[in-house]
Design a protein around this ligand. Structure first.
Ligand SMILES: *Cc1c(COP(=O)(O)O)cnc(C)c1O
Length: 354
C-alpha cells in the first residue's frame, strides 16, 4: 500500500488506535513503509513511546485540554479545531522549549470534528501568530460519523483550501491529509491527487478491506487477525423460547422443542471482549446472540465439544474491542505471547466465578 500510494505522491501515516498502540504492530507498519504513526489516545501514544518507538506520532483526536502537557511531550503534531486547545498546546510547548505542529481538521461533510472551510483562514492565521506552535497542515476526514465517502470533487476542494490557507496565512502547508482508509478507492483511482500528500490509514492495513464496501483491497490480507474463543457449553438448548407477548418476563416464555438440526453452543466470550455482530461466523455456524460474557452460536457441526476452539475473523470494531479487552490474550506470530495489560489473575479468594 505504501508503495502504491507513493507513486501517487501520498505517504501513509499508519493509525494504531485499533490495536491500542501495540508497539510490535506499530513497528511492522513502519517496516512496511509508513512515514509515521497516528493515534487517537494519549495512553496509546505513551505505550508506544515507552516501548522505544521514536518515529513522529500525530494525535488524530483533538487533544483534551487536561492533557496538553503530555501531548506536547509525546507527540510531534496533533489534529485540532479549538483555539483554546491550540493556545494551551502552544504554552505547553514553550514550557518544554519545543514547537508543536498543528494540523487543522476541516469539515468536509462527515460532520464530526472539523473547522468550517470559511473559518479556516482566520483560525490558520491565529495559529501562525502563536509562538510555540506551527501550522503544519490541514486534514479532512470522511466516512466516520456520517458514512459519507470522499468524492473527487471534495478532494479537489481540499487542495483548493490548502492553497487558500497558504495564500492567506503565508507559510507553506506541508501536510495535506486527505482522510482515512475510505479514501483509498479515490487514491488508487485515476483522478489527480492535487495537494493531498498524506492519508491516515488503519483499517485497510490491519484488515485489508475498504471500510465502505467491505471489499478486499488487492494485495492485502484479510486474515491478519484471528479471534479464538473456547466452547464452554454444548447442546445448550434444544428448545426454542416462545415469547407469548411483548412483555418479556420469564413467566410468559414457553419452551417449545427445536426440530432443526442446529445445536446451540456457548463460547466464553461476550460484549466485554468484542463486538459480537462484527465476528464472521465460520461456515455452518450462525450467531444467535451474545451477552456480556457469553456468545451463543447455532451450529450444524456436531464435532464441537467443551474445550473446542472456534476461530473468527473480526470487523474493525470487533478487533479494536478485542485488542483492548483485558481477558483477550494477544499472541503475535514470531513474537512472545503477552496478555493485554494486566497480569493473568488466578482465582481470587474473594471472587467466585459465576
Ligand atoms: C480512526 C481515524 C483514522 C483511520 O481510519 P481508518 O478507517 O482506520 O483508516 C484516520 N483519521 C482519523 C481522524 C481517525 O479518527
Amino acid at each position: 500500500m505504501a508503495e502504491r500510494l507513493k507513486r501517487r505522491g501520498i505517504r501513509v501515516t499508519a493509525v494504531t488506535k485499533a490495536v491500542c498502540g501495540h508497539p510490535a504492530i506499530a513497528r511492522a507498519m513502519l517496516d512496511g513503509g509508513a512515514a509515521g504513526l497516528a493515534e487517537a489516545r494519549l495512553s496509546n501514544v505513551k505505550r508506544l513511546r515507552q516501548a522505544g518507538v521514536t518515529c513522529p506520532i500525530t494525535l488524530i483526536r483533538t487533544p483534551m485540554l487536561s492533557q496538553v502537557d503530555d501531548v506536547a511531550q509525546a507527540c510531534e503534531a496533533s489534529y485540532n479545531t479549538e483555539i483554546p486547545v491550540i493556545a494551551a498546546l502552544a504554552a505547553a510547548a514553550l514550557r518544554q522549549n519545543k514547537v508543536h505542529d498543528i494540523i487543522l481538521m476541516v469539515e468536509m461533510g462527515d460532520l464530526r470534528d472539523g473547522i468550517m472551510p470559511q473559518d479556516l483562514g482566520d483560525i490558520g492565521q491565529q495559529v501562525v501568530d502563536m509562538p510555540g506552535v506551527t501550522l503544519k497542515g490541514i486534514g479532512a476526514n470522511f466516512a466516520c460519523l456520517s458514512g459519507m465517502a470522499p468524492t473527487a470533487a471534495k478532494m479537489r476542494a481540499l487542495s483548493v483550501l490548502a492553497n487558500d490557507v497558504e495564500g492567506r496565512c503565508s507559510p507553506f502547508i506541508e501536510t495535506v491529509s486527505g482522510g482515512n482508509s475510505a479514501n483509498l478507492p479515490w487514491a488508487f483511482g485515476a483522478c489527480a491527487t492535487g495537494r493531498v500528500n498524506d492519508l491516515r490509514i488503519g483499517e485497510a492495513i490491519l484488515l485489508g478491506v475498504d471500510p465502505i464496501t467491505g471489499d478486499q483491497i488487492g494485495g492485502m490480507y484479510r486474515d491478519a487477525f484471528t479471534l479464538v474463543a473456547e466452547v464452554i457449553v454444548t447442546d445448550a438448548k434444544s428448545v426454542h423460547p416462545l415469547v407469548g407477548n411483548s412483555d418479556h418476563t420469564l413467566a410468559r416464555i414457553r419452551l417449545v422443542p427445536d426440530i432443526s438440526k442446529i445445536t446451540r453452543i456457548i463460547l466464553a466470550i461476550g460484549y466485554q471482549d468484542t463486538d459480537a455482530a462484527g465476528l464472521s461466523m465460520p461456515p455452518g455456524n450462525t450467531l444467535i446472540g451474545a451477552t456480556s460474557d457469553h456468545l451463543v452460536i447455532g451450529t450444524k457441526d456436531a464435532a464441537f465439544c467443551v474445550g473446542s476452539e472456534i476461530r473468527f475473523q473480526m470487523s474493525y470494531r470487533a478487533l479494536m474491542r478485542a485488542m483492548a479487552a483485558p481477558d483477550i490474550q494477544i499472541n503475535l506470530r514470531n513474537d512472545r505471547p503477552a496478555t493485554n495489560a494486566h497480569k493473568v489473575h488466578g482465582p481470587s479468594k474473594h471472587l467466585t466465578l459465576v
